[in-house]
Design a protein around this ligand. Structure first.
Ligand code: URA
Length: 199
């Protein structure tokens, strides 16, 4: 736990990229440590920047409901983002910002030690695939397909899906997102065991 606390303190004091200049609060992430399931989003938005907590805005409300479809609740999963500080105006995080922050995500994965990592949206999917040395063929090709991966020496299942914010803007996305979360409980079934067996 000491290792985790040290990591959070470092994120809180981080000046590794320009985003520290405009943030109100860094958003390290939250949830049980260790945790079977890790959810990785893109970057904090305005509400998260104010609260210092991930997914507390509109997208977060939808995420809570989606977790329910997978038989999960927020208290059962560790939630974080690729980038820990809010990009101004909610722009996409830039490549150098994602790279500067990646040391924190790597350490988080080692400490949280998840069996499954659910990535939300293109940027999280691309980043985790790249960390695992896998080729990303786009969100529509990869979403809802669990893949075995090794990240930081840890054998994990990557499970990409859309970002919940996409469903708030594009109604066509919501049924796919719901389907992916319903299937999440079965994501490890190829090993003959359900994800819920590990809870
Ligand atoms: N969108 C994200 O990607 N992460 C958050 O924490 C909130 C909204």
């Amino acid at each position: 736990m000491r290792e985790y606390e040290d990591l959070v303190s470092e994120i809180m004091a981080c000046t590794r990229c320009r985003l520290h200049l405009s943030r109100r609060n860094p958003v390290p992430g939250e949830g049980p440590v260790p945790s079977e399931v890790m959810i990785v989003g893109e970057a904090p938005g305005r509400r998260e920047d104010e609260a210092g907590r991930p997914f507390v805005g509109q997208a977060g409300k939808l995420l809570d409901r989606l977790l329910g479809l997978a038989g999960l609740s927020r208290s059962m999963v560790y939630i974080t983002n690729v980038v820990k500080c809010r990009p101004p105006g909610n722009r996409d995080p830039r490549r150098d910002e994602v790279e500067a922050c990646n040391i924190y995500l790597r350490r988080q994965i080692r400490i949280v030690s998840p069996r499954i990592i659910v990535t939300l949206g293109r940027i999280a999917g691309e980043t985790l695939y790249s960390m695992a040395g896998l080729r990303w063929r786009g969100i529509r090709a990869e979403r809802g397909r669990p893949v075995n991966a090794v990240i930081e020496g840890l054998q994990v299942i990557l499970y990409p899906t859309f970002h919940p914010a996409a469903a708030l803007y594009n109604r066509e996305v919501l049924p796919m997102l719901e389907e992916d979360f319903r299937n999440l409980a079965r994501a490890t079934s190829r090993r003959g065991r359900s994800l819920l067996d590990f809870m």
